[in-house]
Design a protein around this ligand. Structure first.
Ligand code: 1HE
Length: 269
């Protein structure tokens, strides 16, 4: 996809707090509540679930980012006041469903992080596959000081990214991390200058969309599962997935391209 490629709207009906468009084979989902620092209310979470379950064919990657100065201020705290225990469990379940659709959906997701990436905003970011942080990004879990807890899968995903003890520290002490620290800890994979995140994300998303779909599927689905299952099951799963991927006609075509000197070489860039 070139940066000159035209944007077109995606047909899925979404709430005003989200905007979706398509550039070639990349779908772009933007959080659109900058006046509320992209706080995530129920409507937005339901919209995220709808978006990821109704991606049209031909989309090879999703780019996720937030309008305004911040990626997301997390849970919309104004909706919390009246919720009882039963409603709290249902609410967390809603977030779990939506974010599982991101992590284990049809295609890889590239997130651009800037400004506040806090609470549920960090949980949302953690569900993406590739994270690009602009230098303004910072990470925090203010749940401790608000008297609440993680609810969007963060207690499962974040310890796997950065270690449980760091997550405990963030929640207990309010410790925040900046963009460069986040890169070292695995909260992002790239750090770029302010304003450069979207272009980098479009470049990476276009690269991902150009991969063989079966390889993208294997990377998204098999790697996280193998990180959690026993060694023997992991190795068996790997053999099966490797055989499925290499048996696909797309793999045969790509291998022929390389052997007949039509494919790009693997160089350090
Ligand atoms: C909000 C929210 C929100 C802003 N829910 N309305 N998240 C937090 O504890 C983070 C709370 N937010 C902040 O600390 C700050 O807003 C920021 C550092 C992110 C940005 O500061 P600033 O000075 O740019 O904005 P602001 O003046 O604080 O906020 C602008 C408006 O957004 C204001 O509303 P207004 O009507 O008075 O203009 C704020 O009330 C509103 N706003 N953040 C609701 N989070 C699944 S469980 C997940 C658990 C969590 O996510 S806990 C973490 C919650």
């Amino acid at each position: 996809m070139s940066s000159r490629e035209q944007s077109s709207p995606l047909p899925t009906p979404l709430p005003d707090s989200l905007h979706a468009e398509r550039q070639g084979d990349v779908a772009i989902l933007r959080l659109m509540r900058p006046h509320k620092r992209n706080a995530l209310d129920d409507e937005t979470i339901k919209g995220i679930e709808t978006f990821f379950t109704s991606l049209p064919d031909g989309i090879g990657a999703v780019l996720l980012h937030g309008e305004g100065e911040h990626f997301s201020a997390g849970l919309d705290l104004s909706e919390l006041e009246e919720r009882d225990v039963k409603q709290g469990i249902a609410h967390s379940g809603l977030w779990h469903r939506a974010f599982e659709k991101i992590q284990f959906g049809k295609v890889p997701v590239v997130a651009v992080l800037h400004g506040a990436v806090v609470g549920g905003g960090l949980e949302l970011a953690a569900a993406a596959h590739v994270r690009i942080a602009e230098r303004s990004a910072y990470y925090a879990l203010p749940e401790g000081s608000r008297g609440i807890f993680l609810g969007g899968g963060g207690s499962v995903r974040l310890p796997r990214l950065m270690g449980a003890t760091r997550v405990i520290d963030m929640m207990l002490t309010g410790h925040t991390y900046g963009a460069d620290e986040g890169l070292q800890l695995g909260l992002s994979h790239y750090v770029v200058e302010p304003g450069a995140g979207l272009a980098k994300a479009l470049e990476l998303a276009a690269h991902i969309a150009g991969n063989a779909p079966m390889t993208n599927f294997a990377a998204m689905q098999v790697l996280p599962h193998n990180a959690e299952q026993d060694r023997a099951s992991g190795l068996l799963m790997e053999s099966l997935m490797a055989a499925i991927a290499q048996g696909d006609p797309e793999a045969k075509r790509r291998l022929r391209d390389f052997l007949e000197k039509r494919a790009p070489k693997t160089l350090h860039r």
